[in-house]
Design a protein around this ligand. Structure first.
Ligand SMILES: [Fe+2]
Ligand SMILES: [Fe+2]
Length: 325
């Protein structure tokens, strides 16, 4: 399976290092890591539609049609942060794919109630891929005014979907490589990239954990996990201490493997990151290789529809704090 990720050369850092600020605590709840249930079904659907370069909106998957709706799940996380000043913030990171699946997962984790209470600051869409964005209706029905951050490069069909769902809040396009401070301790950065099904641009979150270092949260990591880590190292105050990574590392989501990927694992190990929480976009083979190389992968519980404990799965939590390990 050809990857099709195209990323520009590593961006140049700003003239002055950017200070993110610091958190006392960061809790990442995996609402759903299961993008889809079966790779072969997904790939057959894409091939029948014309291949990896077609516009994803040509595929009659949920919510636009019923094609293999039983294969559609999604990727989404709830991020809760406490700043060193004691402020609390919540960010919904992606909204999964199948609205029916996401509605169930939001209800099981109490996210529907938090949305209805206005207790979530904003929604960050990492990128426009179906499995991270098309479930947005399951979130907006509980909070139509939710501010939404999208990457530069969104398609008109994606903007139309947001509008058609009755969204009343702001839609903010994150410009490339200009970090936005969402709150002290949290920066949002957009990386230009082009990837399969004509998707462009990916938003990545970076957090400062007091006494520990930086944490990076990605959706798929299409920009290349090493590029995204290197950007942090060169851009942020304290970037020489990369402490944790959560999300998709996009190493082998379709379980293909080659020597370049072995070298990528070696390069990843050199950062001496202390916690990895991986989702399906990383690939199970990749996580097995990471474990074999001694990388500190946080295992999941394989519950609520997750199929493997290699990924930090549905309902699992990664908690980082100024104190403790
Ligand atoms: Fe993706
Ligand atoms: Fe993904």
């Amino acid at each position: 399976m050809q990857d099709l990720n195209v990323t520009p050369a590593a961006p140049s850092p700003p003239a002055q290092p950017v200070a993110i600020g610091a958190l006392r605590r960061l809790k990442i709840l995996c609402i759903s890591e299961v993008g889809w249930l079966d790779n072969a079904t997904l790939l057959a659907d894409i091939t029948a539609a014309g291949g990896m370069n077609v516009n994803q909106y040509e595929l009659p998957w949920p919510p636009f049609g019923e094609l293999h709706a039983d294969n559609a799940a999604g990727s989404s996380a709830l991020i809760e942060a406490e700043t060193v000043a004691g402020e609390r913030h919540r960010v919904l990171f992606d909204t999964g794919w199948n609205p029916a699946w996401m509605e169930r997962r939001f209800a099981e984790e109490g996210v529907d109630r938090l949305l209805a209470e206005g207790a979530i600051d904003c929604l960050v869409i990492s990128h426009e891929h179906f499995d991270h964005f098309w479930g947005i209706g399951a979130a907006l029905k509980h909070c139509p005014s939710l501010p939404i951050y999208i990457p530069e490069g969104f398609h008109q069909e994606g903007l139309d979907l947001i509008k058609r769902l009755g969204h009343t809040g702001p839609v903010i396009t994150v410009p490339a490589q200009q970090p936005i401070t969402l709150f002290p301790g949290c920066a949002l950065v957009q990386f230009p990239m082009q990837t399969l099904l004509q998707v462009q641009g990916e938003n990545v979150l970076y957090f400062g954990i007091q006494n520990k270092g930086l944490a990076m949260v990605t959706g798929c990591g299409h920009g290349g996990v090493l590029n995204l880590l290197e950007y942090a190292r060169r851009t942020f105050v304290g970037g020489e201490r990369l402490y944790a990574v959560y999300g998709g590392l996009h190493i082998a989501p379709f379980e293909d493997w080659n020597a370049d990927k072995d070298r990528l694992i070696d390069a990843l190990a050199a950062y001496r990151i202390e916690h990895f929480g991986c989702n399906h976009c990383t690939g199970a083979t990749a996580v097995q290789k990471m474990l074999a190389a001694g990388l500190p992968v946080v295992r999941g519980s394989a519950q609520h529809g997750s199929k493997t404990d290699l990924f930090l799965g549905n309902g699992d939590v990664l908690e980082l704090s100024a104190e403790g390990a």
